[in-house]
Design a binder for this molecule. Structure first.
Ligand SMILES: [Zn+2]
Length: 152
């Protein structure tokens, strides 16, 4: 099933589920789709949002702080497999494409933010103080739970 945002001639936004793009095109061509608000059959696809995002994580444009794996203490929900796999993929992408600056993370991120050094993808550790300093400087960072990678 594919989820489409649809828009009619009159500018009404609504949503629909279809078996695939062919199914949508087919129904639209035969005039089977109509706006639930005004009834016009002049309906177009506004933006495609697949029900399941399967694309690999892209490298964040912001410096990435290792957030450490969430504590697996009692009472917390375990991370669903899909989320775990996504986070592990993000870690792999970040490690492949960004420089590990370790504990100099905040310092480097701020220097990049100020334009003192060329911008590049970096990741590293950020303490609470670091995060505060970054926030004071207005530096946006991404925090990614740093999950252990599967063996092999
Ligand atoms: Zn309408």
């Amino acid at each position: 099933m594919i989820h489409y945002k649809l828009r009619c001639d009159g500018g009404h936004d609504f949503e629909g589920w279809f078996k695939g793009s062919v199914s949508f095109e087919d129904q639209a061509r035969r005039g089977l789709l109509s706006c639930p608000h005004c009834g016009t059959v002049g309906v177009e696809r506004a933006l495609m949002a697949p029900a399941l995002r399967t694309c690999p994580a892209t490298v964040p444009s912001e410096p990435v702080a290792r957030a450490g794996p969430p504590a697996a203490s009692a009472g917390r929900m375990p991370i669903p497999d899909a989320a775990r796999a996504l986070l592990q993929r993000m870690r792999i992408e970040v490690e492949r494409n960004c420089d590990d600056v370790g504990d100099r993370f905040a310092e480097e991120a701020i220097r990049m933010h100020r334009g003192e050094v060329a911008s590049r993808g970096i990741y590293g550790n950020a303490s609470d103080d670091d995060r505060e300093a970054l926030a004071d400087e207005g530096v946006a960072i991404a925090s990614i739970p740093w999950l252990r990678l599967p063996e092999g």
